[in-house]
Design a protein around this ligand. Sequence first.
Ligand code: PMP
Length: 420
Amino acid sequence: MANVVSIAAAAASLPWDVEAVRADFPALAQLVNGHPLVYLDNAATAQKPRAVLAALENYYQRDCANIHRSVHQLGERATEAYERARRTAQAFLGAAEPREIVFTRGTTEAINLVAATYGAANLRAGDEILLTGMEHHSNIVPWQLLAERTGARVKVAQVNDRGEVEMEEFERQLSPRTRIAAFGHISNALGTVNPVAEWTERAHAAGAVVLVDGAQSAPHLPIHLSALGCDFFAFSGHKVFGPTGIGVLWGRAELLEAMPPYQGGGDMIASVSFERTTYNRIPYKFEAGTPHIAGAIGLGAALEYLQTLGMARAAAYEQDLASYGAERLAALPGVRMIGQARERTAVFSLVVEGVHPHDVATVLDTEGIAVRAGHHCAQPIMDRFGVPATTRASLAFYNTRGEVDRLAEGLEKVRRIFQC
Ligand code: PMP
């Protein structure tokens, strides 16, 4: 897994022309409430580069047709573009084969797919599913549904005061009954980078299959599946600078092959009769119906864009922003940051003493600064820190130190307005 030291080394050797990168994202160049936009809600969804917008337009203007079943030119072009996006996702993750890439609606659907198919086929009453205390609801509720259906039990590795799960705690919660361990690579609420390779090793030793929720890591770290060692990995297109409504489930071929289908319908079958239906080979077995063709093509364009930029360089630049931001915000009186993990990304979950997070976000919006206020679909970790919600600023490689300063000034204005 990329760590802060190796990322910092990459940063030192390669300059990052942030203004050139920003020029690729038209949405960043707008005024909001009379101020240049400062977009700090990247953990919720990221802005899109021109390459993605062009890929979407090209599909709808030139190649718009259904895939896998048309012999005409447009159908062939659409199919080729869709399958090329699959190969791009394979390369982006370092997966062994394109057939291990399943297009889904996003991380949420990818996790639901694994719970509903692998989980339902393999879990029995008394089995255990291990999660951590910092999971997104998308990596909690599908497992609770599975537990209800099978009689399995959800166990939770608890988070310490810094916002980390310690290895001893993780190991303590593992047992010979653990069938699945599912955890986020990076917490969307705290920015904690989890040691997923080490956790995976421990979970495998206990006999569990491992799913990594990569919704927050795929946009911010270079991903090498072989280094992570997991069995399933999920991420969302819209957070990796691609379209909404598309995402990826990667799974080991032998697991995907053994899993029952998820949804039934067109494309996922080999043959259908009222007596007996047989299923298509992977990944098509899991892609019932007409998929989000434009979305997959747009996602492919986003991943190609990221590969051209270089994920290690982007991560190195973001690491610098993370350190700068942490220092700048820590210096503000009355502002507290939830989550102080030793390995973290540029996500700042803030509490302004005496001011409701929604009020903080509303004042920042009047300054053209977009942040998120709420529980970030991670209520258990909010409970853990004893807050109902936080104001979250989440950065990407197109943000600048100047924008961090604008955030800090905005927070000072909040305190002036609320006189706290
Ligand atoms: N997991 C994590 C860690 C996330 O941050 C998110 C989105 N906030 C999800 C899962 C769900 O992603 P999506 O809504 O794109 O399916």
